[in-house]
Write a protein that binds this ligand. Structure first.
Ligand code: ASP
Ligand code: MG
Length: 415
């Protein structure tokens, strides 16, 4: 069994779908599960639709139209014959979506979100499946919600591995299986989702449950790069890396592979390939067990728009367990995702995304007991497998507000 995952960029328009089908064509005689995300940036468009469903119903119509038109353009291009069954299948999903939009919201935003967000994936996989039919590639469309079972923690559901494994192992794989990334269902069969960008994780779930020989994530880049080319024009592809290294990179903020993807694959020693759907013939990156290649190429992870906050007790008490647990409780209450911390005797520093509402809330929670100072508009840079030369080059002409080094990683808050 092989598992392929295609993200939004690989199905962003009709030609992308044609390209995807060309890739699948080459593997059609193998046991293959194909996980597909919503088309292009459609998940964002669905988020807008959900907001209007929950908060401002006057905008529902316009936002729904944007979504319908986007998919229709792709349908018209792929299926010039309007009698093609693809039209009936996609319209059926739009009826189901319409029915949700006409019902009243439950008032649980996350549950309402999940009842709508997965239509992006349901529609994209329906289009892909019908286009495979057009090209005589035998395939079975599968509703992932019948396979991937989760708890009811909407928008960040936890997978019920044993039920999911049973469901998947009951499947017959006599043709290419096409299914949706990112969605599942709870014990009441309500739609749940695994967190934004969760389709990589879905591919890993399928890989784990079928003990696949490999999982391949097809992307618009050559593989895993050692830096985001936006920040680093000389970014190069990493040919091989360990599961551990991939987990570290995503922990430090590299966005190329969804963080939850690696663990299930590591447990079953399933290699993960990251390859280009534009150049499918080229070797991408393989993520596997051996760590012997990890130190060969240094990696650079930039997280912009950060704020570095320094918090000191007004009564000059030391920063110790009681102060720290108070501060962490406030960070948790504000739902701030901490990217880096450091403390000294009299102050505690913390770096996180500069989201104004959260920052203001945190400051107001702390201001009675603590002196709070900050530097905003700073960048958090992590360098894996650094050397001194790299560090001086990367910090030259920068103001460094904080630095932290371990054996393999150097981290800087700088501007
Ligand atoms: N379509 C979902 C998202 O954009 C899931 C995914 O692409 O992985 O977040
Ligand atoms: Mg996506």
């Amino acid at each position: 069994m092989k598992i392929f995952k295609f993200g939004g960029a690989s199905v962003k328009d009709a030609n992308s779908v044609r390209n995807l089908v060309n890739i699948i064509e080459q593997y059609k005689s193998e046991e293959l599960i194909v996980v597909v995300s919503a088309m292009g940036k459609m998940t964002n468009a669905f988020e807008w639709l959900i907001n209007s469903y929950c908060y401002s119903s006057d905008k529902i119509k316009a936002r729904l139209n944007t979504i319908v038109n986007f998919h229709n353009e792709i349908l018209w291009d792929l299926f010039p014959d309007k009698a093609n069954p693809a039209y009936v299948a996609v319209n059926e999903l739009f009826y189901q979506l319409q029915a949700v939009l006409e019902s009243s919201p439950t008032k649980n935003y996350d549950q309402d979100y999940d009842s709508i967000i997965g239509f992006g994936e349901l529609i994209s996989t329906t289009i892909v499946s019908h286009y495979l039919n057009e090209n005589n590639i035998l395939n079975t469309w599968m509703d992932a919600r019948n396979l991937i079972k989760t708890n009811s923690d909407f928008r960040q559901a936890t997978v019920d591995w044993s039920l999911t494994e049973q469901n998947i192992q009951k499947q017959k794989f006599d043709s290419v299986l096409i299914s949706q990334g990112f969605i599942g269902s709870d014990s009441d069969n309500r739609t749940t989702s695994l967190g934004r960008e969760g389709s990589d994780f879905t591919a890993a779930i399928f890989g784990y449950c079928t003990r696949a020989e490999s999982v391949t994530i097809w992307k618009d880049v050559a593989g895993v790069l050692n830096a985001d080319p936006k920040h680093f024009p000389d970014a190069t592809k990493i040919d091989k890396m360990s599961y551990r290294e991939a987990i570290e990179l995503s922990y430090y903020g590299a966005t190329v592979i969804h963080p939850k993807t690696i663990k299930p694959l590591e447990n079953k020693l399933i290699p993960l390939y990251v390859k280009s759907f534009i150049h499918p013939e080229k070797e991408g990156t393989v993520v596997q067990k051996s760590t012997s290649y990890d130190a060969l190429v240094p990696s650079y992870i930039f997280i912009e728009n950060q704020i570095l906050v320094s918090i000191s007790p007004k009564d000059f008490s030391f920063i110790a367990e009681d102060n720290l647990s108070f501060i962490f409780a406030k960070l948790a209450e504000t739902k701030i995702k901490v990217n880096l911390i450091q403390n000294s005797a009299l102050s505690f520093s913390v770096c996180f995304e500069n989201a104004e509402d959260k920052v203001q809330k945190l400051f107001s929670l702390l201001k009675g007991t603590f002196e709070v100072r900050y530097n905003d508009d700073v960048t958090l840079l992590t360098i894996r497998h650094y050397n001194e030369e790299i560090l001086s080059a990367m910090t030259a002409n920068k103001t460094v507000f904080l630095e932290q080094k371990s054996r393999n990683s150097a981290r800087f808050v700088l501007r």
